[in-house]
Structure formats: structure tokens, C-alpha cells
Design a protein around this ligand. Structure first.
Ligand code: BGC
Length: 332
């Protein structure tokens, strides 16, 4: 493994290149993924400028917490108590609030596990941070294989008080650096998807309609103009899918570009698929493009929105989850 590190604007950018051609740049800021390529093919979308990436509010590649998703009016009703989480999207709270985990600096520690390398990002989130109960200590481990084009993210969290935690990684994929992902084939093992209010507040799971159905792989662009996807304020896919069957071993989502395929396995029960429906005009991306509508597919493994029971971290308990990503080169 080749390990390189540089400091930019007070943040560390760590680049790991393995024998299989996978190159991944991580940062302690937001315990995030700045960029991934495989045999020189760009796989992710994010700001090219490190400075812009650090200060971005688009969550490109970052770890999201304490609660991924939205809270209406910033209100968290948990164990009979009402917590007020600061709003950062109109009256609502998105992705843990204005000082959520994506905006915090983690402590980085790199270690060798056999020939593989672990980049561990540690954070201590004080009790009351962003209004949430419990002091949470978190480790986000990126475990990079030396011999395979694959890596996994392992989350480990503890809390001094019972508290809900819904962590995710917010990488936007574009397998090949094309203008948008409309031509990429997506598979999601889910017959249920979330319905939303006009303002994207989760309302409950329902059977997937045909435009939302990815159980048989189809190009992301096939149904992306369907009027039913525009009934809320978004402009394409921004839906949480509940996996039908998940043993943590089988693929729950697969994204296929022209020359590379991404396979995802996870211990988590659901996946938020967001098709980059909002963007900052003119933004230069790390894959060499300028941002465009549907430039990337964020595939965020999560706990089901609203299922606070599954999100609970109990005192004296370590809550663990993983998401595994592996890549295949497709022969033309
Ligand atoms: C959400 C989108 C949001 C985006 C922000 C996604 O996880 O589902 O609604 O706009 O994050 O980058």
C-alpha cells in the first residue's frame, strides 16, 4: 500500500493506493472521502478544490451524524422527551444540524492490519452537542484491502446515555466521470421506499411504484423524468429504500458504469438514494467535470428514518455497523 499524506487548510488528506489499483483519499474533516479512483478511472463526485470540499455544505463523501435525514422543525421526540435540534434547512434539520459530524474535525490514526490498512477517525461528541443527549464516542474505520479493489467503513459508537444515532457516508458515485449518472445501471434490493411530504419529511414506507423500482437493474435516467418524482420539491430520486433481504453478505445495491461496477453490502437495513438534484452552478469537480443535474448518485446506507428503536445506542454498549464497497472492472 502506498500511503501519502498532506496538510491543506489545517486538514489532513490521506491517500492510500493499493496493489489492485484502488486509490482513495480520505480526510479527517468530516471523516470523509475526498476522492476515489480505480486504475485511473474516477469513481466519485465532489469539489475539486480541497478548500471548497472542506467548507462544502453538500456533504460530498463526508460522514453524516448524529442523525442522517431530516427532522421536521428540528424536533426530536425520543423516549418521551422533546429535543430541539438547530435547523439548517429552513425550519427543518438536515443531517444532524449546522454542526453535524460532516463539519467536525476527527482525530486520525493509521495502522496496519496484516497487509491491509485501517484509517481510524475518532470523535468525541459532548452531551448536548446539537441538542442531542449523551456523550458519544465514535470511531469511523476505513479498512482498505491491499490485494482487492475494495474497502469497508466500520462504525463503532458508545454513549453515556441512551441516544439515537443514524450515521452514513455521503459519497456521490459517478463510475467513469461522465457528465451525469443517467446512463448508469442501478440495482437496489428493495420493494419498499419512503414517501415524503412536499418538504421531504419522511411519511412512511410504501410498495415501490414502477419509477422507484430498481429490483431489476435499470438506467438511473430511465424514469428520472417521471412526474411522480416531482411531487415533492426535489428533482429526481431522493428516496430511502428498505432492503427486502439483508444478511450482510449479499449485494444490496449495485451500480454499473461503462467500465466499472460498484457492489455494496452492509449491516444496515436501508439505503437513501439521492440523484444530485440540487447543485451549485459552475462548481469544478474532482473528476474533471463541471457539476450538472444528476452528476452523481449518493447511495447512503442508513437505519430506516423514524425507526428510533433501531438507532438507539444504550449506555455501556458498543453499537457497530459496516458498509462494504467493492469494485469490478468490466471488460469492454
Ligand atoms: C438528502 C437530500 C439532500 C442531500 C444533501 C441527501 O442525503 O436525501 O435531500 O439534499 O443529502 O446533500
Amino acid at each position: 500500500m502506498i500511503i501519502e499524506s498532506k496538510e491543506i487548510e489545517g486538514a489532513t488528506f490521506l491517500t492510500l493506493t493499493n496493489r489492485a489499483g484502488l486509490k482513495i483519499t480520505l480526510s479527517d474533516y468530516g471523516a470523509g472521502i475526498y476522492f476515489i479512483s480505480f486504475n485511473g478511472v474516477p469513481l466519485t463526485v465532489g469539489e475539486q478544490s480541497h478548500k471548497a470540499w472542506l467548507h462544502s455544505d453538500s456533504y460530498f463523501g463526508k460522514t453524516v451524524g448524529r442523525l442522517a435525514g431530516r427532522l421536521q422543525d428540528g424536533k426530536l421526540d425520543y423516549l418521551g422527551k422533546l429535543y430541539q435540534i438547530p435547523a439548517n434547512e429552513g425550519k427543518n434539520t438536515l443531517h444532524g444540524g449546522p454542526e453535524g459530524f460532516s463539519f467536525l474535525k476527527f482525530r486520525l490514526d493509521v495502522s496496519h492490519l496484516g497487509e491491509d490498512v485501517a484509517a481510524d477517525f475518532y470523535l468525541l461528541s459532548p452531551a448536548g452537542a446539537m441538542g442531542f443527549p449523551g456523550e458519544v464516542s465514535l470511531r469511523v474505520r476505513y479498512l482498505i484491502s491491499e490485494s482487492e479493489p475494495s474497502f469497508r467503513i466500520i462504525y463503532e459508537a458508545k454513549s453515556t446515555e441512551e441516544t439515537p444515532l443514524n450515521l452514513t457516508n455521503h459519497t456521490y458515485w459517478n463510475l467513469g466521470g461522465t457528465m451525469n449518472v443517467e446512463g448508469e445501471l442501478l440495482y437496489i434490493d428493495a420493494s419498499k421506499a419512503m414517501t415524503y411530504s412536499q418538504d421531504l419529511i419522511p411519511q412512511g414506507f410504501q410498495d415501490v411504484t414502477s419509477p422507484l423500482d430498481f429490483r431489476i437493474p435499470k438506467p438511473i435516467g430511465k424514469d428520472i423524468s417521471d412526474p411522480s418524482l416531482y411531487e415533492t420539491r426535489t428533482k429526481g430520486y431522493d428516496h430511502c429504500y428498505l432492503f427486502d433481504e439483508n444478511d450482510g453478505i449479499k449485494d444490496v445495491a449495485v451500480l454499473r458504469g461503462k467500465t466499472v461496477e460498484l457492489h455494496i453490502q452492509t449491516s444496515l437495513p436501508a439505503l437513501q438514494f439521492y440523484s444530485t438534484n440540487y447543485f451549485t452552478e459552475g462548481l469544478e469537480l474532482s473528476n474533471g467535470r463541471k457539476i450538472a443535474l444528476h452528476a452523481g448518485a449518493a447511495l447512503e446506507a442508513v437505519k430506516a428514518p423514524g425507526d428510533f428503536h433501531s438507532m438507539a445506542v444504550l449506555p455501556f454498549e458498543t453499537k457497530k455497523d459496516f458498509v462494504a464497497y467493492s469494485f469490478k472492472e468490466l471488460k469492454l
